[in-house]
Design a protein. Structure first.
Length: 280
C-alpha cells in the first residue's frame, strides 16, 4: 500500500533491524502513526498510546472542509499499516510518565501534537468555540458565525460553515487573509467565499466579545459587529508536549517529533516520523 501523502512504501527502503527494541509512541496523529508502523515494519516491538478513542489526530478535522475528504484515506492507510505490522494500539489512554516507564521501553517517541491557541479577550457571554472542535464534530454550530483568524484553518472552516447553510464573517489582524496558503489553493477558497458573500475584515483587531458579536478596532476606529450567535477561533496552534520533562532521565532514549516540537504541516511530521523510524 502506498502512503497517499509521501508516496511510500515505494520510495522508502525499509530494512530489518538487527537489534529489535521495545518502542512506545505517544500520540496517534500522522507523525506518531508514521513512526509507529515504520518502526514495526523494521522489526521493533511498538506500542502506540492515544488519548482519544480514535486515531488520526489533526487529519480528522482537516478532512472535514469541502474538498478535503480524501484526507480520510490517510487515516485508513495508517490503521491498515499498523495492523499489518503488529503495532499494539491502545486508545483512550492519556499517557503519563508512570504508565510509560512501567512498560520499560528502550525508546519513547513523543508525538503529542499541538493545541489551539486561546483568545485572551474579554467576553460578555457569546459562545466561543475552536475551529478544530467544529471540524471534529465536537460542538454544534450556531446560525451566524464570527470567525476570528483568516489563515488556512479559518478559511477552510468558513467553507465548512457555509456548507452547513450557516452565515459567516471573518476578522483578521493582518492586511490580508490566507497568507499561509499556496496561491492556487487560496484562489479557489477566496472565490468560494466571495460567491457566498462572506464579509472579510482585515487589519482588524477584536477588543471584546459581546452577546451578539464583537467590538473591534481598525484604521477607521472602533466598529461593532453584531448579529452573531457564536464565535469560532482559528488563531493557530501551539506545541503540546507535557511529557518530555517528566520522562527525562527515566527512559533509555527519548525523542520528540512533529507538532510537539513546533506546529508545522502534517507532511513535515510524517517525514520526521519516517526518518526517525528508519534510524532506530
Amino acid at each position: 500500500m502506498i502512503n497517499p501523502f509521501t508516496g511510500h512504501e515505494g520510495t522508502m527502503k525499509i530494512t530489518q533491524t538487527g537489534h529489535p527494541k521495545s518502542v512506545v509512541v505517544v500520540g496517534g496523529g500522522p507523525g506518531g502513526l508514521e513512526v509507529a508502523w515504520v518502526a514495526a515494519a523494521r522489526g521493533h516491538k511498538v506500542t502506540l498510546l492515544e488519548k482519544n478513542n480514535k486515531l488520526g489526530g489533526q487529519f480528522i478535522p482537516a478532512a472535514a472542509p469541502p474538498g478535503k475528504h480524501e484526507l480520510a484515506r490517510g487515516i485508513r492507510y495508517y490503521i491498515e499499516m499498523c495492523k499489518k505490522y503488529g503495532v499494539d494500539i491502545r486508545l483512550g489512554i492519556e499517557a503519563n510518565a508512570d504508565q510509560i516507564t512501567i512498560l520499560n521501553p528502550d525508546i519513547v517517541i513523543l508525538a503529542t501534537g499541538a493545541v489551539p491557541i486561546e483568545a485572551q479577550i474579554p467576553n460578555e457571554g457569546i459562545p466561543i468555540v475552536q475551529a478544530v472542535d467544529v471540524l471534529s464534530g465536537k460542538v454544534m454550530l450556531g446560525q451566524n458565525i464570527l470567525i476570528v483568524g483568516g489563515g488556512l484553518v479559518g478559511l477552510e472552516t468558513c467553507e465548512h460553515v457555509l456548507s452547513q447553510n450557516r452565515r459567516a464573517a471573518i476578522v483578521e489582524m493582518q492586511d490580508s487573509v490566507g497568507k499561509d496558503i499556496h496561491p492556487s489553493i487560496k484562489y479557489f477558497i477566496s472565490k468560494s467565499l466571495a460567491e457566498n458573500h462572506v464579509e472579510i475584515l482585515t487589519n482588524t483587531k477584536v477588543e471584546s466579545f459581546k452577546m451578539d458579536g464583537a467590538i473591534c478596532t481598525n484604521q477607521s476606529g472602533h466598529i461593532k459587529l453584531s448579529g452573531f450567535d457564536m464565535v469560532l477561533l482559528a488563531l493557530g496552534a501551539k506545541s503540546y508536549n507535557p511529557l518530555e520533562k517528566d520522562l527525562e532521565g527515566k527512559v533509555k532514549s527519548l525523542h520528540v517529533i512533529g507538532d510537539a516540537v513546533k506546529p508545522r504541516s502534517a507532511v513535515v511530521a510524517i517525514e520526521e516520523g519516517a526518518r526517525l523510524a528508519l534510524g532506530l
